[in-house]
Ligand binder design. Structure first.
Ligand code: ASP
Length: 406
C-alpha cells in the first residue's frame, strides 16, 4: 500500500468517525441496525490476531539469532514499558490531586456492574500463572495472547538453534507471516466503513451517558483526558525524539490508522495487526524489534489504562470523602501499574481490574458503578494511548545496540 492510498484511507477513517458521531446521535435507529458492519470489521481484526502474533513472534525471535540477544532485548523491553507506565500513572496522580474532580459529587445509587462483580476473585498471582498454558490450543481458542507469546518465544528461540534442520520450518513460518500481512492490508481497506459503523453504534447506544459525561462527570472526564493528553503529547513524544530518534509528528501521522482503530474498537489486541503494519512499513522500525516488542506491548504495556485506574481510584476516594495518605497513594500507584499489566487488551478490561486497586486501599467497589456510565468513552481514549505507547516502545528498542549494529 503506497503512502497516498494510506493517507486516503486515514482520511476516510476520520470522516467515518465524524459521520458516526453525527449519525449515531441524530439517526440512532439506523446506526443500531448497522452495528453488525462494525462487528464484522472487528471480527476480521480479531481473526487475524492469533496467527499474526504466533508467526511474527517466531520470525522475529529466530531472526535475532542469538539467545543472549533475545534475553537482553526482552529485559530492556519490559524495563522500558514499566518505566513509561510509571510515568503516566504519576501524571495522573498529580493531576487528580490538583483538580480534585470528586469533591462535591454525590455517591447516590452506586452499584457494582456485572462483569466487575464476576471478577472479584482475581489476584495478581493469576497473571503469572497464565504465562504457561496447559494447552496451547485452548489458549489460542480463548484469545489468550500472553501464553501464546511465551510459547512462540520458546519455539522461535529453539528453532534458531537447530541450524539446517530448522531452516525449512522457518521458511514456512516466514511465508505465513507475509501472507498474514497481506490479509491485514485487505482488512485496512474496509476500515473507514468499519469505523463509521462502530462509532455510530456506540454513540447511538450511549446517548444518555453523553449527557452525564458533560454534566456530573465532566470534571472527572476532563482530568482523565488532560492527564492522557500530557502523557501522549508531551512525555511520550520526548522519549520518541531522544531515545527512538524519530520525528514525533511524522511518526504520529504514520500511526494514524492504528490509533483511529484503537479508538473505535477499544481493544489494543484487535488493533495489533494495524499497529504492526504502521510501525514496520510506514515508520520503518526494524522488523525484528517490532515483531517482538509490539505483541508484548499490546498485552502488558498499558500506559493509558494504568493512568486511568489511578485517577479513577482517587476520584472514587474523593467522592466517598476518604482522605488517602501518601502511603496509600503509593499503593494505588503500584497496584494501578501492576493491574494494567494484568489487564487483557479488550474493552473495559482496565475498569474490571480496578477491583484490585480499590481493594488494596479498602475503597468501596460500588465506586466503579459511578464511573461505569462513561467508561465506553474513556476506554477508547486510554486504548488509543496504550497503542501509541506500544509503538514508541518499538521505536526505542529498535534503536538499541543489538538492532542498530546489524
Ligand atoms: N481496552 C483497553 C485496551 O485494550 C484495556 C482497558 O480496558 O483499559 O488496551
Amino acid at each position: 500500500m503506497n503512502t497516498r492510498t494510506g493517507n486516503l484511507i486515514l482520511l476516510g477513517m476520520i470522516a467515518g468517525a465524524i459521520l458516526g458521531v453525527l449519525g449515531g446521535w441524530f439517526l440512532p435507529d439506523v446506526f443500531l441496525s448497522l452495528k453488525f458492519i462494525g462487528t464484522l470489521f472487528l471480527n476480521a481484526l480479531r481473526m487475524i490476531v492469533v496467527p499474526l502474533v504466533v508467526a511474527s513472534m517466531i520470525v522475529g525471535v529466530s531472526s535475532l539469532g542469538d539467545l543472549r540477544k533475545l534475553g537482553r532485548t526482552a529485559g530492556k523491553t519490559v524495563l522500558f514499558y514499566f518505566a513509561t507506565t510509571s510515568l503516566s500513572v504519576l501524571v495522573g496522580i498529580i493531576l487528580v490531586n490538583l483538580i480534585r474532580p470528586g469533591t462535591g459529587v454525590e455517591a447516590f445509587g452506586a452499584y457494582v456492574p456485572d462483569i466487575v462483580a464476576e471478577s472479584t476473585g482475581k489476584s495478581l498471582a493469576d497473571v503469572f500463572l497464565s504465562l504457561i498454558p496447559t494447552n496451547i490450543f485452548r489458549a489460542a481458542a480463548n484469545d489468550d495472547i500472553l501464553p501464546l507469546i511465551v510459547v512462540s518465544l520458546l519455539f522461535g528461540g529453539v528453532l534458531a538453534t537447530l541450524g539446517e534442520k530448522g531452516r525449512p520450518v522457518l521458511a514456512v513460518v516466514e511465508g505465513i507471516n507475509e501472507a498474514i500481512m497481506k490479509i491485514v492490508h485487505l482488512i485496512i481497506w474496509f476500515a473507514p466503513v468499519g469505523v463509521l459503523a462502530l462509532i455510530g453504534g456506540i454513540v447511538a447506544e450511549n446517548k444518555e451517558s453523553i449527557i452525564e459525561l458533560a454534566t456530573s462527570l465532566a470534571w472527572y472526564t476532563a482530568t482523565v483526558l488532560l492527564a492522557l493528553g500530557i502523557h501522549a503529547l508531551v512525555t511520550l513524544p520526548l522519549i520518541l525524539r531522544f531515545m527512538g530518534r524519530q520525528h514525533p509528528g511524522r511518526y504520529f501521522l504514520n500511526m494514524g490508522q492504528a490509533l483511529a482503530t484503537a479508538f473505535s474498537t477499544a481493544s489494543s489486541s484487535a488493533t495489533l495487526p494495524l499497529t504492526m503494519e504502521a510501525v514496520e512499513t510506514k515508520n520503518k522500525v526494524d522488523g525484528r524489534a517490532a515483531s517482538f516488542v509490539l505483541p508484548l506491548g499490546a498485552t502488558i504495556n498499558m500506559d493509558g489504562t494504568a493512568l486511568y485506574e489511578a485517577v479513577a481510584a482517587l476520584f472514587i476516594a474523593q467522592i466517598y470523602g476518604v482522605d488517602l495518605t501518601i502511603g496509600q497513594q503509593v499503593i494505588i500507584f503500584m497496584t494501578a501499574t501492576l493491574a494494567s499489566i494484568g489487564a487483557a487488551a479488550i474493552p473495559h478490561a482496565g475498569t474490571v481490574m480496578m477491583v484490585l486497586v480499590l481493594s488494596a486501599v479498602g475503597l468501596p467497589l460500588e465506586g466503579i458503578g459511578l464511573i461505569w456510565a462513561v467508561d465506553w468513552f474513556l476506554d477508547r481514549c486510554r486504548t488509543t494511548v496504550n497503542v501509541w505507547g506500544d509503538s514508541i516502545g518499538a521505536a526505542v528498542i529498535g534503536q538499541t545496540r543489538d538492532f542498530r549494529d546489524n
